[in-house]
Write a protein that binds this ligand. Sequence first.
Ligand code: F2R
Ligand code: MG
Ligand code: MG
Length: 297
Amino acid sequence: MNAKFRGALIGSAVGDALGAPVEGCKEGEVGLFPGGIIEGRYTDDTEMMIGVAESLIDKRGFDGADMASRFLRNYHAWRRYGPGTRAVLELLRAGVSWEEASKRIFDGAGSYGNGAAMRIAPIGLFYCDDIDTLWDMAYRASHITHSHVLGKEGAAIMACSVALALRGYREEMLSALVARTREEIYRDKLRKIERLLDADRQTVIEELGNGEAAFESVITAIYSFFRFHNFKDSVIYAISLGGDTDTIGSMTGAISGAYYGEEAIPQEWVNALEDGDKGKTYIIWLADELYRIRFKC
Ligand code: F2R
Ligand code: MG
Ligand code: MG
């Protein structure tokens, strides 16, 4: 189980770093070089995931004000944040409360971007044995930056996928997710996954999406996990779809890592991942702490 906690967080960071150099490329323009990561630098996806994990560990559960302050403390603009999240972080820095800030962007509609889903894996690990609480906490952790229901629902589906993968569910995962999901756009795409398992890339992009909206990327990551039976092929496939490659790669890496464990992640990808301040050594420590707290060892 400890290896699966590590697999989820390192898998997420590796998928992010692998997809980052080609974020925004079209399918067909993504020429994945053999061996994967060149620079091994992670982006906003991993920086925010670190904030979620740090807060859960320090507060022994969800604390909105603390998590928001972690996002601010860790923030480096050069890691390429989405414009909505950047605007919320500026509001938080100006003193607006974490309950209020995310409601002020996109003309009051809030964001449905995938920025809440991309960072949510630690919630999936921490609340893995109680799916009702997990769903609720994923919504609350999303609200700090994403107040639109489709941003929150995407994050809850992602957290639930990580928890189910951690617990060894694969065949049962899709029906469990459909049963939980309330928003039709997600239910509809979840139901398409099995039918699309042999589809070509263009069809997958048209049916499931490869964009920055949560409903254009979360189900694509779940699909990428299902399409193959090993970590490497799932993550390479996710990135090969183009579009939001770092984020779809990261979410696919989190689910696959939770399912297969850290040993399944190609060693050359882990070796290349950055290891300075809050790099891979720190991410492994976060995974171990979450595991230790969760299982009281
Ligand atoms: N930001 C990026 N990548 C582009 C970097 C370009 C940069 N200029 C550079 O070259 O350095 N990647 C990261 O952002 C994505 C996560 O985004 P997040 O945090 O959800 O941000 P945001 O802005 O809230 O949502 C993303 C976009 O979705 C659309 N959108 C969301 N809610 C909307 C609404 N209510 N109405 C209309 N549109 C809405 C907007 O286009 C948002 O900008 C990840 O890919 C991460 O890697
Ligand atoms: Mg990113
Ligand atoms: Mg991205």
